[in-house]
Structure formats: C-alpha cells, structure tokens
Design a protein around this ligand. Structure first.
Ligand SMILES: NC(=O)c1ccc[n+]([C@@H]2O[C@H](COP(=O)([O-])OP(=O)(O)OC[C@H]3O[C@@H](n4cnc5c(N)ncnc54)[C@H](OP(=O)(O)O)[C@@H]3O)[C@@H](O)[C@H]2O)c1
Length: 362
C-alpha cells in the first residue's frame, strides 16, 4: 500500500469501524486497515456471540502475521449504531443480518461501505469498482434525498463479478460487448469461515454456489452500466454464467467467451487492456495498484497459486486471449476474492470518497 498523504484539509486519520470483523472478509479489513495511511480502526464489531470478548480470543486468524497486539486485545462490540462511534463503517456482515444493520447505520448518519449483497441492486445505491465506475458514486446524493438519511450505503460487488468486470471494462468501453458466457472456478475462502466442510471440497468440485449465477449476471451489467442524471442504466448485453466451487484457497478464476459489437482481434483486445488506466480520480490512491489489470503472455497463466497476490491482491490478471469459433474471443481472468473482490475493493471505495471530500464532515 502506498503511504499517500492525507487528502487536503485533513490532519488526522479518519476513525473507522469494521462490522463482522471476525469473519474471513472482516479479518482482511483488519489486515488492510491496521496500517492504513488515511483510516484508523477505532472499533471492531461482530455478533452477540463475540461481543464483550477480546478480538484475539474470538477470531481464528486465517493467514499471515496476526494483527498488532493492541487490536487483538480490543473488546468486540455489538453491531449497533448506538454503540459504534466511528462515522465510517466497513461491513463484512453475513447477508442474513446485513440488510437491517447497514440500514440502521445509514439512518444514524454513518457512511457504510458494504460487502453484502442486500443493497447492491437498489437503484439509488452505488455498486462500485473505483477504476471501472467510480462516477457511480454520484448516486449517493439521490440516495440521501430518496431515503431522507444523512448517512450512505456504498456497495462493492460479488467477488466473481468484480474480477470479470475489471477484465471486461476496457473491452466493453472500446468494442461494446454483445454476448458473454462465463464459467467460474471459485476459491473456498469465498464461502467464509469455517465455510465448506473439508470432506465436501477436498479432491472435488461443486458445480453449484447458491444464488451466485444471478448475482454475477445482474451485478456485472450494473457495474458496466452508465451513470447519467442521477441514475445508472445497466449495460444491455446478454450474459450467461456457470459458477463452481473448487479446492483452491484464494482466487477466483473465470473462463470467458465474448462477442462484441465491433469484432476485435486478440491483439487489439490485449492492446486495449494493457493501455487501460481506469477512472482517472483513482490514480495515486493508497490501495489502488499501479496496474489494476495485467495481461500475461504465458500460455498457462493466470493461476491462483502464482498470480493471486499480484498488486497486493488488487490486480486482476488476464491470460489466454485468443480467437473463438462461436463468438469473437476467449480469455481467462483471475483475481483475489477477499482482497480485490471484497475488503480491498471496499477500502478503495472509501479512499475515493475521502479524496472527493465526501468524508470532510465525518
Ligand atoms: N469471502 C469472500 O470472498 C466474499 C467476497 C465478497 C463478498 N463477501 C460477502 O462479505 C460478507 C462476509 O463474508 P465472509 O466470507 O467474511 O463471512 P464469514 O466468514 O461467515 O463472517 C461473517 C461475519 O458476520 C458476523 N455475523 C454473523 N451473524 C451476525 C449477527 N447476527 N450480528 C452481527 N454480526 C454477525 C460474524 O460474527 P461472529 O464471528 O460473531 O459470528 C462474522 O464476523 C458476506 O455478506 C459475503 O457474502 C464475501
């Protein structure tokens, strides 16, 4: 992460809370925020099962070095806006509770950066990948008007939709996607902790992830849609998704077959992806990788084991771009599901909001 100076006018880091801090995505938030140049963790919240106990006691740390002692010793609190004082909250809540809890925080005037599915498709809620559609944050103004609250809910997408949308954004912008077929191979960390029983997934593939295919299809169209006059018009191409759970720890890999309005050659598509810079206002943000999208020339990449941590987990790697006998092109994309597809994406959303002045009064 870059140690970028705080945005103008701001002298101290913004206090932030993590809701659902004990889970797979919550832990990734804690990892990314522990030394963040703009945000400082002030509170960690989870269910009543964890509230009142020390974070280090109720969290089974999943990977890498554990967070600093001061964080492990902190008491977990309830996900209650009357108890959480931070004006900005990152939500890694289970979808069964996220709807009610996130709405209560927004009503209480807080900025909610959510990973849950509950509000993603609401017309007045931004569904944002900063480099792809940072301009969709304009929806916050009409959300506040519609709902009569001072807070806001900003969502990031389903983890597979995020990987696909980063890879496809430059191609859609340049050549116009007409048809898209995709098939995912999704890591077990995408199912949270403790997630899928080991005997169900070791040496196995599960060709079903509940509700994943419709989520992936509709969210991608909203992300690649256009924002104008306070509303988002979803992209109109046809999309068909298969989603599969595979015995990989981190990283969702997606095979895609794509038809375009204009019919690029593989070389033209590669050029467009390689020269893509993304939404200009994201340049220089602490969590933004130098290259959100990388195209590999190797015949056997991307691979989760080798490419999942590209750009500290924020880079999507594409490979095997080639002609297709039915549509125009085929390719493979890979991204880190709990970093780019979850916590890292949310932190980048917050950085873009902070740099736009959205948190100036927080
Ligand atoms: N994993 C991924 O790759 C991924 C990617 C994108 C989006 N997401 C989304 O991110 C969210 C979190 O996913 P995850 O994989 O981190 O799940 P997880 O490991 O199961 O963690 C769920 C978190 O929610 C908390 N929680 C559960 N019930 C609660 C309640 N009644 N009140 C307050 N907190 C409660 C849990 O706290 P306790 O420990 O106290 O029970 C835990 O902190 C989900 O909405 C998921 O769909 C996940």
């Amino acid at each position: 992460m870059k140690t970028t100076d705080l945005p103008r006018k701001r002298k101290t880091r913004w206090p932030v809370a993590v809701l659902g801090a004990t889970g797979a995505v919550g832990q990734m938030f804690v990892r990314l925020l522990a030394n963040h140049p703009w945000f400082e963790i002030s509170e960690l919240a989870a269910s009543e099962r964890s509230a009142g106990r020390k974070y280090g006691e109720v969290t089974r740390w999943l990977e890498g070095a554990p967070p600093p002692q001061a964080i492990l010793a902190r008491r977990v609190i309830a996900c209650d806006p009357g108890v959480v004082s931070a004006p900005i909250v990152f939500s890694a809540l289970d979808a069964t509770v996220a709807g009610e809890v996130e709405m209560a925080f927004a009503k209480a005037g807080k900025f909610v950066l959510s990973n849950a599915k509950n509000f993603r498709m609401e017309p007045d809620v931004p569904l944002v990948i900063p480099e792809v559609n940072g301009d969709h944050l304009g929806l916050i103004e009409c959300q506040r008007k519609n709902r009569g609250w001072d807070g806001a809910i900003v969502t990031n997408a389903n983890c597979s939709a995020t990987v696909a949308a980063v890879a496809l954004a430059p191609l859609h912008q340049k050549f116009g996607i007409r048809q898209l077929f995709l098939s995912t191979m999704q890591a077990v960390s995408g199912a949270g902790y403790p997630g899928i029983p080991s005997l169900d997934i070791l040496g196995n593939i599960i060709p079903f992830i509940a509700d994943e295919e419709p989520k992936l299809e509709r969210e991608m169209l909203k992300i690649l849609g256009t924002y104008e006059d306070g509303q988002v018009t979803s992209a109109a191409f046809k999309v068909s998704a298969h989603t599969n759970r595979v015995p990989v720890e981190h990283g969702h890999t997606i095979c895609m077959t794509i038809g375009f309005e204009e019919h690029p050659t593989p070389e033209q598509a590669i050029d467009v992806m390689r020269s893509w810079k993304g939404f200009p206002a994201t340049a220089g943000l602490p969590t933004r990788p130098d290259h959100p999208l990388v195209v590999s020339d190797a015949p056997d990449r991307p691979q989760p084991k080798r490419d999942v941590n590209a750009g500290d987990g924020m880079t999507v790697t594409v490979g095997r771009v080639r002609r297709d006998a039915i549509l125009d092109l085929r390719m493979v994309a890979l991204g880190h599901n709990t970093v780019r597809g979850a916590a890292g994406g949310s932190v980048l959303n917050a950085e873009l909001l902070a740099s736009n002045g959205a948190f100036d009064s927080a």
